[in-house]
Design a protein around this ligand. Structure first.
Ligand SMILES: Cc1cc2nc3c(=O)[nH]c(=O)nc-3n(C[C@H](O)[C@H](O)[C@H](O)COP(=O)(O)OP(=O)(O)OC[C@H]3O[C@@H](n4cnc5c(N)ncnc54)[C@H](O)[C@@H]3O)c2cc1C
Length: 412
């Protein structure tokens, strides 16, 4: 008999999970209160970020920390009341970012990231989504030459350790490569292995369409209706209740709240981020991170998308797009940004875990319940990679990556 499974959440992580389980012969119902790819997986920078082998650690140097607390940089913004509420989780994040622990985390993170392109590639081909993909990397640009020289050294080390392709431009080289820029930059690191997507939400939609073409079901449903009864896991969809022996929680930033009443206390917190498109005719070719100003410029279908750094605020709190306003001014210093496309910026939330690793595997206390969330800054990159690992675990196959670092049971 075909095994049935419910996947809760249709972002990049949930849709990839549904595809991976469908491939193993499962009858999958993918449920969400919105259409696929409308939340965090819609609004990101669209990087399938092959070089992101080091997850974002909590700053340990006093200088950086002082800058964050004083609010003098644009990469981090925080709401004090919201930040105080998550202080124990942030303390754990700080603890996990200590050098020895962090180097172990990098090894576990890199073990996932190394599969990110190859796992997406299979889905992009099957979904016939090749025209959304650019394969020529992105630029990490610096204004200050000392800072640039220091980062070049680090980039060389990372590239050598992880077998990555990297190139470097000095100020003139960068100007030749990107004539759209007006000469204000000291240089840039060109990370060559990363792929970028011209419409991240559309890629998720294409993957979801592939899932449906292959016989999968997508249903409108509030995941809060999830209950365990004698027959297994049940949710109430707009088409009525459905039940399956297994359920996978792929609710990104909303996951921890859903599983808390079931007795799971996960140190998940969010870093909000904003985006907006601009009608720039500058002709910027590659995505560019203005590293010292904490925002990215990404050429996309809808225009030139600015994405911002991390904001510590509550999920669902009214938007405070101060980082985006500052980024508009900084971007205007580099190129002709043009008028905004949308009247209001988009806001979303990166689902981050205190130890910087996603949760992939059995929930632990309930039969047939699986966790798959907490991909932080790289959920768009890692969705297909961790989905394959989870499918290995659910089907009892030999896991293609050592699953222990991502085991949800590490949180007791
Ligand atoms: C500004 C910004 C830039 C980023 N850039 C990148 C990047 O370049 N590359 C990268 O890899 N990552 C990037 N990220 C991170 C990435 O976007 C996330 O890690 C990823 O999208 C998380 O995917 P997800 O499927 O877990 O969550 P989501 O995409 O948020 O999906 C969760 C789904 O759960 C559904 N849901 C929630 N609650 C309920 C409920 N009660 N009932 C029913 N459905 C529910 C939602 O509707 C949603 O569809 C960025 C994030 C931000 C904010």
């Amino acid at each position: 008999m075909t095994k049935q499974i419910i996947v809760l959440g249709a972002g990049m992580v949930g849709v990839s999970t549904a595809l991976a389980l469908q491939e193993r012969g499962y009858d999958v119902a993918l449920v969400d209160r919105r259409a696929p790819g409308q939340e965090t997986s819609y609004g990101n920078a669209g990087f399938i970020q092959r070089e992101a082998v080091r997850p974002y650690a909590f700053p340990r140097e006093w200088q950086t920390l002082r800058k964050v607390i004083a609010g003098s940089g644009n990469d981090v913004h925080y709401n004090l009341a919201a930040t105080l509420k998550i202080l124990p989780t942030l303390a754990r994040y700080w603890h996990e970012s200590a050098p020895v622990r962090y180097s172990r985390t990098i090894a576990s993170y890199a073990a996932l990231i190394q599969h990110s392109i190859s796992e997406h590639e299979k889905l992009i081909e099957a979904a016939n989504a090749g025209e959304l993909v650019r394969k020529d990397g992105w630029l990490e640009a610096y204004r200050n030459s000392e800072k640039f020289d220091k980062t070049v050294k680090q980039a060389n080390t990372i590239a050598a350790e992880h077998g990555l392709n990297v190139a470097f431009y000095d100020s003139q080289g960068l100007q030749r490569a990107e004539p759209a820029l007006n000469n204000a930059l000291a240089g840039a690191i060109h990370w060559l292995d990363t792929w970028t997507i011209s419409d991240p939400g559309e890629l998720v939609e294409r993957y979801a369409a592939l899932f449906q073409r292959n016989g999968g079901t997508i249903l409108n449903c509030d995941a809060d209706t999830l209950r365990f009864n004698n027959n297994g896991w049940q949710v109430h969809t707009s088409d009525g209740p459905i039940t399956a022996s297994d359920a996978v929680v792929c609710l990104g930033p909303w996951a921890a709240k859903l599983v808390e009443p079931l007795g799971y206390k996960i140190p998940l917190f969010i870093k909000r981020g904003y985006h907006r498109h601009y009608k720039s005719e500058s002709g910027l070719k590659l995505p560019l991170l203005d590293a010292e100003r904490g925002y990215a410029l990404v050429p996309m279908k809808r225009g030139l998308r600015i994405t911002t750094g991390a904001e510590f605020a509550e999920l669902g709190a009214p938007p405070t797009p101060v980082q985006l306003s500052a980024a508009e001014v900084f971007a205007d210093e580099l190129l002709r940004l043009g008028a905004p496309v949308e009247s209001n910026p988009w806001v979303g939330a990166r689902p981050c875990v205190a130890d910087m690793l996603p949760l992939v595997g059995s929930a632990g206390r309930h039969r047939g319940l699986w966790f798959h969330f907490g991909h932080g800054h790289q959920g768009f990159t890692l969705g297909p990679t961790t989905s394959r690992l989870l499918a290995d675990l659910i089907t009892g196959s030999s896991p293609y990556i050592d699953p222990r670092p991502y085991d949800p049971r590490r949180f007791g």
